[in-house]
Design a protein around this ligand. Structure first.
Ligand SMILES: *[C@@H]1O[C@H](CO)[C@@H](O)[C@H](O)[C@H]1NC(C)=O
Ligand SMILES: *[C@@H]1O[C@H](CO)[C@@H](O)[C@H](O)[C@H]1NC(C)=O
Ligand SMILES: *[C@@H]1O[C@H](CO)[C@@H](O)[C@H](O)[C@H]1NC(C)=O
Ligand SMILES: *[C@@H]1O[C@H](CO)[C@@H](O)[C@H](O)[C@H]1NC(C)=O
Ligand SMILES: *[C@@H]1O[C@H](CO)[C@@H](O)[C@H](O)[C@H]1NC(C)=O
Ligand SMILES: *[C@@H]1O[C@H](CO)[C@@H](O)[C@H](O)[C@H]1NC(C)=O
Ligand SMILES: *[C@@H]1O[C@H](CO)[C@@H](O)[C@H](O)[C@H]1NC(C)=O
Ligand SMILES: *[C@@H]1O[C@H](CO)[C@@H](O)[C@H](O)[C@H]1NC(C)=O
Ligand SMILES: *[C@@H]1O[C@H](CO)[C@@H](O)[C@H](O)[C@H]1NC(C)=O
Ligand SMILES: *[C@@H]1O[C@H](CO)[C@@H](O)[C@H](O)[C@H]1NC(C)=O
Length: 763
């Protein structure tokens, strides 16, 4: 049931919608003419309310406004109330026209033929709320021997008249009713009843040849034009009656004013959107007018309706029109502005391009501003980063390096200045898994450059101003050195927070590690030791003599000797190395180096000479011989390897402390020669120490004689080491330099645990 109702409602609504869409809605909203259910026309007459057709008065405001439509005529004729006044038209603004009564007399030979001497036309509207309009209506008399008398009822007695006389028809002036053949007179204001009497002065005796008729009427003579022929026209009445209607002014509420009438709202005739206007007459009364901007019948509910001034020819706007209740607004189209925009006064002017530009800029701005902001942000961040890099470069001694570079073009050739981006990429953002060495001075990362080249990147811990010199020194010194047994410096990077050094990657770690920590499964053979010793000595000889300016390494020790893939030695760490001017034999500095390796003479004098390097090398020789650390143990009596060795040399028990492996593989002579060489190197008096050249000579002699002996060859050794690695033996190294606190750790997860490379000495 419910469903059915809802479906029905739905159907009805859609029907309503369709009817509203299909039929012009404005036709439904046409202003009403008569009361609902009442006829609107009688014959050709449109009957506007308050007038209404029907003697019972239900269609009119009151009995005074009844239109009697007499249908015995065809077409039907409308009459005002019960009177004989035939209505011509009704205007809602307050006028009604009724057919005029035209009086006629006809004389023949001085006798009245058609009428008695007097023809009376009488109109009495005394009871009706209407008056004769005094400006529209005239009393007109036509003839050449006639006069008209008017009596009126007005509340007070009124009488007036008009006389015409003429002798010849030629005297008549066509179109002019001014006394010859035609006269007219006005009626007073507020006239409600009228009696018109037409008389002849001499019964047309003198004019009968051309004027047998006399005519008179009250009406609007606007459409009447007097002509001489009218004087002799028997059809004048039928011809004229329809074009000279009497104009009556009608009103509401006899003896009432707007102010009084408004008090009885149920009887007040003026409906919505209308204005009450007092009628200017003796009897009072009022009328209703639609307010400006409204149209319709102000006496009929719901009153006046708004005029849509924007539709059709009513639209006075030259551009855009907006209808408002009772009015309308003209406006200029988009992009134009102006005050008056009526058609005849078009003041719409184009908006200045500035406004358009402002709108455009505002629109674009709202879109672009975030983008620009973001772009600026990025630029600022980048600038900041660049600035920071430049600052770091300066802080890290970049200027010092540049200065040094400008003095020596070799540095420029051999030292590359890396960008931080390159190195971050190479070390996977300095990933912890890439760490291959760690010490007091910094961390060493394994890295791979773009071309696949392995490098060791040394990242210093924050270094102070005083250490900066050392750092730059290392760069400068090492960049000048090209030697098979010296770790090659590839370049540096100064843009980072801390300076970075980039070395060639040496896969097999430090000598120190191999001597003191490596497992027995892969011991360093005597043969390898001899080669390491001679390689290292060769490197030192090169430093001391071959390079353009003598260089003291100043930190010769087993942990600064790295082993490459063939277990050949490579000297590293030149942080403390110094150039020495050709005429100088020593440099005076604060004591630097590593305890256990330090020349005692240098300790006393602060004078570092090339013989100080020789002393340190002597200690390395001892390590190679004994396999012991330079500082053996804290608690033992002979803490220092040197003093331990020397004491044994004195007692000729030296062979007791030699590494058993060395004794196994090397001849006694070789061992003793090396021991003797070491002893000479360790002489307290530097002058009695051999030069590095001499040391190298001795070592090379021993090496070459040893290599003549039938021994396990190198290749086999390497292979056996590889086998060990392939067997999956991974080792962790922990090295604690007794003299200092250098810690050297290789991650066990690192694929090749033996590939420990660079270590640098702490200071
Ligand atoms: C509806 O009325 C408007 C204005 O009154 C007129 O222009 C239009 O032609 C009418 N449409 C129909 C279908 O009568
Ligand atoms: C009524 O109107 C028709 C045509 O509009 C016209 O021919 C006729 O004469 C008119 N009748 C009266 C009585 O005005
Ligand atoms: C209509 O007119 C005829 C002829 O003038 C008259 O006899 C009749 O009474 C009229 N009817 C009404 C209702 O006035
Ligand atoms: C008489 O008619 C004229 C023109 O239609 C009008 O302006 C005037 O107000 C009318 N007189 C009266 C008293 O209504
Ligand atoms: C008009 O005046 C004449 C003469 O005074 C008089 O006889 C007649 O009754 C009056 N008519 C009217 C309608 O007042
Ligand atoms: C006036 O009009 C009539 C006919 O309409 C004509 O015969 C006569 O000559 C006219 N008189 C003058 C003075 O124009
Ligand atoms: C005069 O005649 C014209 C057309 O014939 C008509 O529209 C107009 O209403 C008439 N004027 C008067 C006051 O009767
Ligand atoms: C004038 O009209 C009436 C009826 O309307 C008619 O009886 C009469 O004969 C007409 N007069 C002339 C002269 O045509
Ligand atoms: C209007 O008022 C006058 C006097 O004040 C009175 O004589 C007359 O009868 C009144 N008319 C109506 C219709 O009330
Ligand atoms: C108001 O008008 C109505 C209808 O015309 C009438 O019956 C009523 O008495 C009037 N009231 C007053 C206070 O005049």
């Amino acid at each position: 049931m419910f469903e059915f109702i809802s479906t029905l409602l739905c159907f009805l609504f859609s029907l309503l919608w369709w009817s509203l869409t299909l039929f012009n809605i404005t036709t439904f909203a046409a202003t009403p003419i008569a009361k609902p259910g009442c006829e609107t026309s009688c014959g050709n007459l449109t009957v506007h309310y308050p007038f209404g057709i029907g003697l019972d008065g239900t269609c009119s405001l009151s009995r005074f406004y009844v239109i009697n439509c007499n249908r015995t005529y065809d077409p039907p004729k409308p009459f005002l109330a019960k009177g004989n006044l035939e209505v011509v038209d009704i205007s809602v603004t307050g006028q009604i026209r009724v057919k005029s009564d035209v009086a006629r007399t006809y004389y023949e030979d001085g006798k009245v033929v058609e009428s008695k001497s007097v023809y009376t036309s009488q109109t009495n509207l005394y009871k009706f709320p209407v008056v004769f309009n005094d400006t529209e209506n005239k009393v007109v008399v036509i003839g050449c021997d006639d006069y008209g008398l008017i009596n009126g009822t007005l509340g007070r007695y009124f009488s007036s008249g008009c006389i015409v006389g003429c002798s010849k028809p030629v005297d008549v002036i066509n179109g002019s009713c001014s006394g010859i053949g035609c006269c007219q007179t006005s009626i007073p204001k507020g006239l409600k009843g009228l009696s018109l009497e037409l008389y002849s002065l001499n019964k047309h005796e003198h004019v009968s040849n051309f004027n047998p008729y006399g005519f008179a009427f009250l009406g609007n003579p606007k459409n009447f034009s007097f002509s001489a022929s009218d004087l002799n026209d028997p059809n004048f009445v039928n011809r004229t009656q329809d074009i000279v209607p009497v104009v009556l002014d009608w009103f509401i509420g006899v003896n009432e004013t707007c102010e009084v009438a408004k008090k009885n709202s149920s009887a007040f005739a003026c409906q919505r959107n209308s204005k009450c206007i007092n009628f200017d007459g003796d009897e009072g009364g009022y009328r209703c007018n639609c307010l400006p901007g409204y149209q319709g019948n102000p006496y009929l509910s719901p009153g006046c309706t708004d005029i849509d001034e924007c539709v059709g020819p009513k639209n006075l706007c030259s551009h855009l029109c907006t209808n408002t209740p009772g009015s309308y607004i003209c406006s200029c189209p988009k992009g134009y502005h102006g005050k008056t925009v009526k058609k005849e006064n078009d003041h719409c002017v184009k908006d200045s391009s500035l406004n358009v530009a402002v709108v455009l800029i505002a629109t674009l701005g709202s879109i672009l501003l975030p983008l620009i902001g973001w772009w600026l942000y990025v630029v600022i961040i980048k600038r900041k980063a660049i600035k920071q890099k430049a600052k770091n470069f300066q802080k890290n001694g970049g200027l010092l390096l540049q200065h040094r570079m400008s003095n020596d073009e070799h540095i420029v050739e051999r030292t590359k200045i890396f960008t931080i981006d390159e190195l971050e990429k190479a070390t996977d953002q300095f990933n912890e898994s890439r760490i291959i060495g760690q010490g007091g001075q910094g961390t060493v990362y394994k890295g791979m450059l773009g071309e696949g080249r392995l490098v060791a990147v040394k990242k210093s811990t924050t270094i102070s101003e005083s250490q900066l010199g050392d750092f730059i020194n290392e760069v400068v010194v090492m960049s000048q050195i090209i030697h098979r047994s010296i770790v090659k410096l590839l370049g540096c990077c100064l843009e980072s927070e801390v300076p970075l050094l980039v070395y060639e990657f040496i896969p097999n770690g430090t000598l120190s590690n191999h001597l003191h920590h490596l497992n027995e499964e892969f011991p360093i053979t005597w043969r390898m030791r001899l080669r390491i010793a001679s390689d290292s000595a060769g490197a030192l000889v090169y430093l001391h003599t071959s390079s353009s300016i003598p260089i003291f390494h100043r930190d010769v020790k087993s942990s600064n000797i790295l082993l490459d893939d063939k277990y050949r030695a490579k000297l590293s760490d030149f942080g403390t190395s110094r150039h020495v001017a050709p005429d100088q034999t020593h440099v005076t500095t604060r004591v630097m180096g590593t305890f256990g390796y330090l020349d005692p003479e240098y300790l006393q004098s602060n004078h570092y000479t090339e013989k100080s390097d020789v002393y340190s090398f002597g200690v390395v020789l001892l390590e190679l011989l004994t396999g012991q650390k330079a500082i053996r143990a804290i608690c033992e009596q002979n803490r220092s390897l040197v003093s331990w060795f020397l004491s044994h040399m004195e007692n000729s028990h030296f062979l007791d402390i030699v590494d058993p492996q060395v004794l196994n593989e090397g001849s006694k002579e070789e061992v003793i020669t090396i021991a003797d060489l070491a002893k000479r190197c360790l002489n307290l008096d530097s002058k009695r120490r051999p030069a590095m050249k001499e040391v190298l000579l001795v070592l090379e002699t021993i090496e070459s004689s040893h290599f003549k002996l039938p021994q396990t060859d190198e290749v086999q050794t390497t292979q056996s080491f590889k086998q060990v690695l392939d067997a999956g033996v991974t080792k962790s190294f922990y090295h604690d330099n007794a003299a200092t606190s250098t810690t050297f750790v290789t991650e066990s997860s690192y694929p090749r645990s033996a590939e420990v490379s660079l270590q640098f000495n702490p200071r």
